[in-house]
Ligand binder design. Structure first.
Ligand code: LAQ
Length: 388
């Protein structure tokens, strides 16, 4: 399959235009809703397009989905978008990251956290996981049809594979192992269905990232539905990501009677996707990733050393838009003077439920010559950071 960058003729300098194959450039121009003059345009109408991202950045790729959803007129012109990410955890629009994943481990390992615009549960991505986004009009939106297309593609390369879609739109291998999860976004006129396909993902990283170590959180956020997963490459060593992506692209092209050419796109290219960088920034922002968490409470306790024994500290927090609205840290007053406890509680109000901000706050309180008190506050701070 050939490769080409997609661009809109009007926004590219002349010299760049020469580098973009005309068919692809015109395809995309035809699909674009924002008003580009098409007078004198001669090429035949397109019936769809296959795109593949050259980026492995989860925020950039999610921004492409958002951009296409907002800008492309999809009537009679569906789009398949193929993309892969460096290690990331992707939560659903209405989820609580503290309930879904091990943020501490993810920060340590450099695993990104992203919140997508579609609903549903949390999944782990890495370069062994393929993401497929099927864009259509709202009326043509059909998740089962898309999953059947993937099954046909898989059976075309390996007829012996037993892969079946489920009622919740997962794909199961051998009737028991999840190899794909689904989510979708339905807009006023446009819609997309996106799903994963596990080829050679690091299953150890997947399960450790999706295990929350945080206790006592209550919310009405959407919970994930855990499953036993498997990689297709573990079943058949010929099923690499490239083989799988080509197979899906070929099946998509055959189904829609279009060219099976896969068009490479660069999500960060403002000349192709005007305004995309602000979408990328929004998706990366703390306000979107953490701040959009449905309101939740944390009701928990931890122990601190006290001489040869241990003391119990109780913590209650009410968190709205990712910020602490109510904070009640209860320590026995013979261990922590009441006025210090009160100061600590009120300093948390309005601050982000986040370890960095907790460090900043407690550093202010730590400005005391009382070394005994300093070490207690340090212990408290460490324990509270551990809740985040
Ligand atoms: N990559 C991947 N693929 C399939 N299943 C996974 C994956 N990662 C984790 N899991 C398993 O699914 C459950 C969660 O299942 P649950 O059904 O709760 O959620 C989903 O499936 C959501 C799919 C979202 C797909 C989007 C497509 C592009 S951006 S993300 C999790 O606890 C694991 O057991």
């Amino acid at each position: 399959m050939g490769e080409a960058y997609v661009g809109s003729a009007e926004v590219f300098p002349r010299t760049w235009n020469m580098l973009i194959p005309f068919s692809v450039k015109n395809c995309f121009r035809l699909l674009c809703q924002h008003k580009v003059p098409t007078a004198g345009f001669k090429s035949p109408p397109t019936h769809g397009l296959i795109l593949q991202s050259i980026s492995n950045d989860v925020y950039e790729n999610l921004a492409v989905e958002d951009w296409i959803h907002d800008h492309i007129h999809l009537e009679g012109k569906p789009i398949l978008f193929l993309w892969r990410n460096s290690p990331s955890v992707v939560i659903g629009r209405h989820q609580n990251p503290w309930q879904e994943c091990n943020l501490h481990l993810m920060r340590q390992e450099g695993i990104k956290l992203a919140r997508r615009k579609s609903g549903g549960g949390t999944v782990y991505h890495d370069m062994g996981n393929i993401n497929l986004t099927f864009f259509t009009t709202k009326t043509k939106y059909d998740r089962m049809e898309n999953l059947k297309l993937i099954v046909r593609a898989l059976n075309a390369v390996q007829p012996q594979l037993d892969v079946q879609p489920t009622k919740k739109f997962d794909l199961l291998l051998d009737g028991q192992f999840k190899i794909s999860g689904t989510a979708s976004k339905i807009g006023r006129t446009a819609a997309y269905h996106h799903c994963t396909l596990l080829c050679s993902t690091d299953r150890t990283a997947l399960s450790s990232s999706l295990k929350s170590p945080y206790h006592g959180i209550k919310s009405n956020a959407t919970p994930s539905i855990p499953s036993t997963v498997k990689n297709l490459l573990e079943r058949d060593s010929t099923l690499t990501c490239d083989v799988l992506m080509s197979a899906v692209a070929a099946e998509y092209a055959a189904y829609h009677q279009i060219d099976d050419h896969v068009n490479l796109i660069n999500p960060a290219d403002e000349t192709v996707f005007p305004g995309i960088n602000s979408k990328i920034k929004e998706l990366q922002s703390w306000e979107w990733v953490y701040g959009r968490t449905p309101r939740f409470t944390v009701d928990t306790m931890f122990h601190v050393p006290h001489g040869q024994a241990c003391l119990e500290i109780q913590v209650f927090m009410d968190v709205k838009n990712g910020r602490i609205e109510t904070c009640d840290i209860k320590a026995p007053d013979h261990w922590l003077p009441l006025e210090i406890g009160d100061k600590l509680n009120s300093s948390f109000i309005g601050s982000k439920f986040c370890p960095v901000e907790t460090t900043l706050l407690t550093n202010i309180l730590l400005r005391t010559d009382d070394h005994h008190l300093q070490s207690k506050l340090n212990i408290l701070c460490e324990k509270i950071r551990g809740m985040m």
